[in-house]
Design a binder for this molecule. Structure first.
Ligand SMILES: C[S@@+](CC[C@H](N)C(=O)[O-])C[C@H]1O[C@@H](n2cnc3c(N)ncnc32)[C@H](O)[C@@H]1O
Length: 236
């Protein structure tokens, strides 16, 4: 068999196109195929928007990947296997594929599942990750707020509807970054109020991008519906 292409998980950073690494830039330029998460809504993926600052999409094979949303395990596995095969089709022809992910590919990214399944289904593929600046660290800079200093302990927590677990996370750490927070914002505000920590929190949407929004007074967000790309930092 001829050479098999390399699959790259390519971190393209949090939004500002300048916050991409030199290595990610090179891999983008050199890869004939760019894979990106394709949204069902038809709107453009955030990672793709960042990528377009550097890539002429007419000159590349643009591979929009639809990721399964179902909770049914069998359907999920089947659909995922299909998505992996779409990428394998390119790799098997010796073409490198750069799978662009917002932030860092190894932090709560669909690339993680892609990497696992590709290694399982096609162990001959070399899979590499090119780290990116995560939204978590980018937000700290935007807020001018250190995430950790000295002996402090910091946690990254995907926010859920579990009041007790979210409250405990805040109680047990000096600083907590809640990702995927938009869907439980009101409950998070309730926790902050109960702990008298409303003044210790900030919320950021699309950090570092031209559409960035920052709320330092989180009480303004009561009842608000924010975008998926929103996180909350609580620092005691
Ligand atoms: C699936 S995780 C992806 C994290 C990503 N791999 C990273 O390193 O930043 C998606 C969550 O990350 C957070 N997020 C990602 N990019 C963001 C941005 N530019 N601004 C604010 N939050 C962001 C949001 O909380 C969102 O719900």
């Amino acid at each position: 068999m001829s050479r098999v292409g390399t699959l790259y998980g390519l971190g393209v950073g949090p939004g500002d196109p300048e916050l991409i690494t030199v290595k990610a830039f090179r891999v983008l330029k050199e890869s004939p195929v760019i894979a990106y998460p394709k949204k069902r809504s038809g709107s453009k993926s955030y990672a793709l928007q960042i990528t377009e600052a550097y890539v002429n999409t007419q000159e590349k094979e643009m591979l929009g990947l639809v990721f399964p949303m179902t909770k049914d395990k069998v359907t999920l596995e089947r659909q995922w296997a299909k998505t992996v095969e779409t990428v394998w089709e390119q790799l098997s022809q010796g073409r490198d594929v750069a799978f662009v992910t917002e932030g860092d590919p190894m932090l709560y990214s669909t690339f993680i599942h892609m990497m696992r399944l590709m290694k399982e289904l096609h162990p001959e593929v070399t899979v590499k990750s090119v780290p990116g600046i995560s939204s978590v660290t980018a937000v700290a800079s935007q807020l001018g707020l250190p995430l950790a200093d000295g002996d402090e302990q910091t946690a990254i927590i995907p926010a859920t509807e579990d009041y007790e677990a979210m409250r405990k996370a805040i109680e047990e750490h000096d600083c907590v970054i809640f990702i995927k927070v938009a869907k439980v914002l009101d409950m998070m505000l309730m926790i902050l109020r109960d702990l008298q920590l409303l003044d210790n929190a900030a919320v950021v949407t699309k950090a570092t991008s031209s559409e960035e929004m920052i709320w330092r007074d989180v009480t303004e967000l009561e009842g608000a519906e924010l975008e998926y790309l929103t996180l909350m930092v609580v620092r005691k």
